[in-house]
Ligand binder design. Structure first.
Ligand SMILES: O=C(O)CCC(=O)C(=O)O
Length: 334
């Protein structure tokens, strides 16, 4: 159970719900077997209190000069938080390219821009799961991998992506889900999470159709978004802090609020094949009901197949995408 005073966020969401949102278990020293049987298999979120305590990043990344020296020359694609409206059905995300050194220097300044580096690719896995992942390109921030310690709960071939999230603070993701099991560890700042099992979409969306896996109508500033029907959704609320890892099961809806001040986090996405392939296909298929939509689903399947073939041709099956340099702890074959 979580007991810290929750002062860095302006509100608690739990009481807005009836029944109130539940708390997420907080565990320490959990074994791979206990994680598998108590959380991954039943698809329950959990905070692993000591899950990221050994990451050198916790200390090193406090210093912006370290990040600049390590990977400042790398390009980063940042989301412009002022563009796009999460409430609108035509919600879109606008990105621009900046160098990581400029991004870090400006985000750690007194007047940070509204730029959010989401999914800054530190590492791709080397299995089929990674071929189904979102990014087709090699890691863009491979120098940062040596500051992390890969969590022990999945075999290495299940890793699809390891990503950096770097923002000005105070930013919020829209309510969305991902097709991958997720371990998210905050390095700087803290994050408040609203989590809802996949089947709560019918209550949360109330018939509205989101774009892909993003639900409309969940803008940060919209105070009454959980009024009426939505307030009956069952889910969880929690806060994560540096050193902890939050497990978010694949398909679980989540909305994430970052505390003020520079905000840094890392997430690991996993897809265990063939175990998770069916669930992933069902999640995709649910988005596409109706004849025309089913045709789109088949098209998506075709695109996935093409993507796998392309990556196999590029890198060879079972090979990690090449990066420009080879660094990192043993086991981090970049
Ligand atoms: O921290 C955020 O803004 C979003 C993180 C997220 O959605 C994730 O880890 O899946």
């Amino acid at each position: 159970m979580q007991s810290e005073t929750q002062t860095e966020f302006s509100c608690d969401f739990a009481p807005l719900f009836d029944p109130p949102l539940g708390q997420v278990d907080v565990v320490s020293g959990i074994t791979k077997e206990a994680f598998e049987s108590n959380y991954r298999r039943p698809r329950r979120p959990v905070i692993i209190d000591d899950g990221a305590k050994a990451w050198p990043a916790l200390k090193r990344w406090q210093d912006p000069a370290y990040l600049v020296a390590a990977a400042g020359h790398r390009p980063a694609f940042v989301r412009d938080l002022d563009a796009g409206n999460i409430d609108s059905a035509s919600y879109h995300e606008a990105y621009q390219e900046v160098r990581l050194d400029e991004l870090v220097e400006r985000l750690f300044s007194d007047q940070p821009p509204a730029w959010y580096l989401t999914q800054g690719l530190i590492m791709r896995g080397d299995g089929l799961g990674s071929m189904l992942g979102r990014s087709c390109w090699p890691a863009s921030l491979p120098e940062l991998a040596c500051d992390l310690v890969e969590p022990p709960f999945w075999p290495q071939e299940s890793l699809t992506e390891c990503n950096l999230w770097l923002g000005p603070g105070g930013q919020s993701s829209g309510l969305h889900y991902d097709e991958y099991d997720n371990l998210n560890g905050v390095v700087l700042g803290s994050k408040r999470w609203l989590l809802f099992p996949h089947d709560q979409a019918k209550v949360l969306l109330n018939g509205a159709r989101g774009r892909d896996s993003i639900a409309p109508g969940f803008h940060f500033s919209q105070a009454d978004r959980f009024a009426n029907e939505r307030g009956r959704a069952r889910g969880y609320e929690c806060i994560t802090r540096p050193g902890q890892l939050l497990y978010v099961p694949a398909g679980m809806w989540h909305q994430v609020f970052s505390s003020n001040g520079p905000s840094l986090a890392v997430n690991y996405w996993y897809l265990s094949l063939p175990r998770d392939a069916v669930r992933s296909a069902v999640l995709h298929a649910r988005r596409y009901s109706g004849f025309a939509a089913r045709k789109r689903f088949l098209l998506v399947l075709g695109v996935i197949a093409a993507k796998v073939m392309l990556k196999t041709a590029q890198y060879g099956f079972g090979k990690r995408a090449p990066s420009e340099i080879q660094i990192g702890q043993p086991g981090y074959r970049l």
